[in-house]
Design a protein around this ligand. Structure first.
Ligand SMILES: [Zn+2]
Length: 233
């Protein structure tokens, strides 16, 4: 009996020592900023479209697009964080990024877009992922649509995201990744690889309800994060 207790004590002591040694080794092996374990090692910039006075489109239940965009971007950051990816967020609150010298709504919008482009261009070797929501005059359209900037590497990336979303979330989505219209300021003024995800249609009752649902937002974020993690390096 006593022998058994002694043996158990010795074993426990060994386990504790081993655990301590391993945790010390881990601490030594870990650099301050861990590189991404999966996917691309380059920095990822997340742009939650609109914000502040610029709410973007309005959903059929009256929710501004900017709110959907931010909710999804914040969840995307959480999921990516679990995989060692620490994205750069252009905004983390419901704000516009305009200069204080901008007065009219038009000036503020312009200044906000210019500042976003500058912030993106400052990130060396970065990739932009811009999150938006779609609308249409009739309620019949639904489904995520991925657009690419006219910059190198963007089309392949957009196709990968569109395919990933179809495979993991929307089996009936027949949309094909498309080049962004030249009227979309940020996507036509950056020089890095960039995609814009129109997550869904705020004018379709079923999809709008899904997009308001935190669980669906989390699912969507997980799928988009998965696409980033599996993108070609
Ligand atoms: Zn938008």
């Amino acid at each position: 009996m006593k022998k058994g207790v002694l043996l158990a004590g010795a074993l426990l002591g060994t386990v504790v020592l081993l655990a301590l040694a391993i945790s010390r080794l881990n601490n030594i092996a870990k650099p301050a900023m861990e590189p991404a374990l999966f996917g691309r090692a380059q920095p990822l910039v997340l742009d939650a479209g609109h914000g502040g006075e610029d709410g973007g489109a309005v959903s059929i239940t009256g929710v501004p697009e900017s709110r959907f965009n931010l909710a999804i971007v914040l969840k995307l950051r959480d999921v990516l964080g679990m995989y060692g990816v620490d994205p750069i967020l252009l905004r983390e609150e419901d704000i516009s990024l305009h200069n204080s010298s901008a007065n009219t709504l038009r000036e503020k919008k312009r200044s906000d877009l210019e500042n976003r482009v500058s912030a993106i261009e400052e990130v060396e070797g970065g990739t932009l992922l811009s999150i938006h929501q779609n609308t249409y005059p009739s309620s019949r359209y639904h489904g995520t649509h991925v657009f690419y900037a006219p910059t190198q590497g963007s089309q392949d990336l957009a196709e990968h995201f569109q395919n990933s979303i179809k495979a993991a979330l929307q089996a009936d989505n027949e949309r094909v990744a498309k080049q962004i219209p030249d009227t979309v300021y940020i996507m036509n003024h950056i020089t890095c690889p960039a995609i814009l995800i129109e997550c869904g249609f705020l004018t379709n009752p079923e999809e709008e309800a899904l997009l308001r649902d935190e669980n669906y937002q989390r699912k969507l974020a997980a799928v988009v994060a998965g696409a980033w993690l599996t993108a070609d390096k």
